[in-house]
Design a protein around this ligand. Structure first.
Ligand code: NAP
Length: 234
């Protein structure tokens, strides 16, 4: 897809991978909406990047339909790319898991992601064109100790991705899953502070680069799934 003059929605664009991806798309000439739950942070980042901020909690299910309509209107009636990036994690062992852990992580990573995509896909189908990038994780491929809640939610995102690929190809809608291993971001940090770059960990830049590359591919092909690891984690 030609990124210049394209229109893009990135959920959770106020920090980490979403922020860096918005930056890369904007530098290539796209019009980008970023969403998040922290108004001050979102507005500051939008101003810094030249993005359009939209305060929108994806786990507030009743707001999804009106927010999706607002997105289409803010983008001038057309949307080319949805990046389903907003995500959270909690990491209790089996025995410590609460219903609240399961409900909160699934509400954002699975239910909100699905309901928002369902709304945006109405426009993609009407256009006979669209791109969906789902943020999975290495935890979408393999469970790990303390991964019950998070890995299960990301396995669900992988299942959604494969189901949508089967349903949406006839509408020229490309659906891709990007699976980063550990990235030094504010992810799962209770203070929500960005982490410093670490030599043996991925940075948001590698994942933004992966997402932009997947979208930039000529429309007659698409990447079904992309796994991204740190080169030397030791
Ligand atoms: N960092 C890693 O190691 C890693 C590895 C693999 C996959 N991932 C995935 O990559 C994605 C981005 O994570 P990140 O590392 O960039 O962490 P991050 O900086 O914490 O980004 C997560 C973003 O999601 C937003 N968000 C969370 N819950 C939301 C909700 N209910 N409604 C709307 N926005 C919400 C957050 O914004 P606010 O807090 O401002 O609302 C934040 O901008 C996630 O899906 C994560 O699972 C991360």
């Amino acid at each position: 897809m030609e990124i210049k003059n394209s229109t893009i929605l990135i959920t959770g664009g106020g920090s980490g991978i979403g922020k860096e991806t918005a930056k890369q798309f904007i530098e290539k000439g796209a019009k980008v909406i970023i969403t998040g739950r922290d108004e001050a942070k979102l507005n500051a980042v939008a101003k810094e990047l030249g993005a359009i901020p939209l305060l929108f909690n994806i786990s507030d299910f009743s707001s999804i339909e009106p927010m999706a309509a607002k997105v289409i209107s803010l983008l001038g009636g057309r949307i080319d790319v949805l990046v389903n990036n907003a995500g959270i994690g909690v990491f209790p062992t089996l025995g410590e898991i609460t219903l609240e852990d399961l409900q909160s992580v699934y509400a954002t990573n699975v239910f909100g992601l699905t309901l928002l995509t369902q709304e945006i896909v109405k426009t993609f189908k009407a256009q006979n064109y669209g791109n969906i990038i789902n943020l999975g994780s290495s935890a979408a491929l393999k469970g790990f100790a303390r991964g019950s809640v998070y890995a299960a939610s990301k396995f669900a995102v992988r299942g959604l991705t494969q189901s949508w690929q089967a349903e949406l190809r006839p509408f020229n809608i490309r659906v891709s899953l990007v699976n980063p291993s550990e990235v030094a971001t504010a992810f799962a940090a209770t203070d929500r502070k960005e982490r410093e770059e670490e030599s043996n960990k991925l940075g948001a830049l590698e994942i933004a680069h992966s997402i932009v590359s997947v979208v930039e591919m000529r429309d007659k092909g698409f990447v079904t799934e992309l796994n991204v690891w740190a080169t030397n984690p030791f």
